[in-house]
Write a protein that binds this ligand. Structure first.
Ligand code: MN
Length: 206
């Protein structure tokens, strides 16, 4: 059965950009619910319980029809949020370095052009979803969005950076002002972790 890991830092450690109450509800209630619903969906499928979450999501189209949507939504929710908590940390204006920065500049023209594209992509998500920086099978960086809790592995992409733009991720503090939340996100990106995800993506896509 899948378990929710504790948040790897204090609820208030991203203040004032993401408030403690939002983090607590987001992790303890929303993420917990995805885990509980995923386990409930797999309850009568012992063979599927032996698979990793990533295996279930990559093969989502082959899962039994009665649980396919539940695993897609709740397994995707568990995967996306587990990834998201890892890449958050107050960064005091720090930017990415090394190979990741080089690849961003080479692909998008400059770091600020990448930021603009990512921000626009996040703003344009209609309803609930995510914005992502991913690597494809040709080792190219791409910026995409996914609806609901769909995740990059379902599209054969490896996530490097991701932003939750569901209202539950920002509404308490930012209300309807999603662009303000998106701008604040750049202050809480843990670039050393994102650099690790970039290296991992290179290994997987290499
Ligand atoms: Mn969320």
């Amino acid at each position: 059965m899948f378990k929710l890991a504790p948040l790897p830092y204090a609820y208030d450690s991203l203040e004032p950009y993401i408030d403690a109450q939002t983090m607590q509800l987001h992790h303890d209630k929303h993420h917990q619910k995805y885990v509980d619903e995923l386990n409930a969906a797999l309850k009568d499928y012992p063979k599927l319980q032996e698979h990793s979450l990533e295996e279930l999501l990559v093969d989502i189209k082959t899962l039994p029809e009665p649980i396919r949507e539940k695993v897609r939504n709740n397994g995707g929710g568990h995967y996306n949020h587990t990834f998201f908590w890892q890449i958050l940390k107050k960064n005091n204006g720090q930017l990415p370095k090394g190979q990741l920065l080089d690849a961003i500049v080479e692909t998008f023209g400059s770091f600020s052009k990448f930021q603009e594209l990512f921000n626009e992509t996040a703003k344009k998500v209609f309803g609930s979803g995510w914005a992502w920086l991913c690597m494809n099978n040709n080792q190219q960086l791409v910026v995409i969005s996914t609806p609901n809790q769909d995740c990059p592995v379902m599209l054969n992409l490896v996530p490097i950076l991701g932003l939750d733009v569901w209202e539950h991720a920002y509404y308490l503090h930012y209300q309807n002002k999603r662009p303000d939340y998106i701008n604040a996100f750049w202050q809480v990106i843990n670039w050393s972790q994102v650099e690790e995800y970039y290296k991992r993506a290179q290994e997987i896509c290499g």
